[in-house]
Design a protein around this ligand. Structure first.
Ligand code: SIN
Ligand code: FE2
Length: 236
């Protein structure tokens, strides 16, 4: 299995020479859908973690409530956001930045729950990026109609680490473009439990999310009609 995957799947080139075998080294090739040499969808990868993730998200949002940030251009984002981990991403009229404290409370962001860190590390490993140790997790909440326009994740100091992005709740259409804003973007349907990982030469690809359409999902009774996205980064 491993050799077949390595022969057809250049994401393997990003293991950085590490010889440690992850639990997911034998992940069947069909269990990861390539979006590029260093970019993969891992369908359903987060499902075994969901029971741990949901209470942890509630705990994070209890300490650092979701908010709609304003961009430097004065636009209020339709997606509501909070963070956990040593650093949190934030935006206001002065710019985008990572901050060790929540500007709304002045307190440090809630620590990253162990289940979050474990999922991020295992998903990155399944995509060929071993030993991913994120210091920031953005928690995005989408209500129907919320969208995220095409952007690059480039406020991080370390572009050597991948981005790991976890979808929970309502399905969404993820846009995965190229290295230039005008490049044609693939439309990638993401369901509850799917994880997308992009790194290496794909690390700075433009991406976004189409306006969320109301649709059923397995956690409707617990979450209601929303989508939660966890985006893990190595920011410092
Ligand atoms: C992001 O780009 O930060 C979030 C992507 C998503 O919600 O799937
Ligand atoms: Fe992003």
């Amino acid at each position: 299995m491993k050799n077949t995957a390595a022969a057809t799947d250049s994401g393997r080139a990003h293991t950085g020479g590490s010889s440690s075998l992850s639990l997911f080294d034998d992940l069947p090739r069909e269990a990861r859908e390539p979006l590029g040499p260093g970019a993969f969808v891992l369908p359903g990868f987060a499902l075994p973690f969901v029971n741990e993730l949901l209470p942890a998200i509630d705990a994070v949002a209890g300490r650092a409530p979701f908010r709609h940030l304003v961009t430097p251009g004065g636009f209020t984002m339709s997606v509501a956001l909070t963070n956990c981990g040593a650093l949190g991403w934030t935006s206001d009229r002065r710019g985008y930045r990572y901050s060790a404290t929540d500007p709304d409370t002045g307190l440090p962001w809630p620590p990253m729950p162990a289940s979050f860190a474990r999922l991020a590390r295992e998903a990155a490993g399944a995509a060929g990026f071993e030993n991913f140790a994120p210091d920031a997790c953005l928690v995005n909440r989408y209500a129907p109609g919320a969208r995220l326009s095409l952007h690059q994740d480039k406020d991080e100091r370390d572009h050597g680490a991948p981005i790991v992005s976890v979808s929970l709740g309502m399905p969404a259409v993820f846009l995965f473009g190229g290295l230039a804003r005008g490049d044609k973007a693939a439309r990638v349907p993401l369901a509850h439990g799917d994880v997308v990982v992009w790194g290496g030469e794909d690390r700075l690809r433009y991406h976004g999310v189409l306006p969320l359409k109301e649709a059923p999902h397995p956690l409707l009774s617990q979450l209601g009609p929303i989508r939660i996205n966890l985006t893990f980064r190595k920011a410092a």
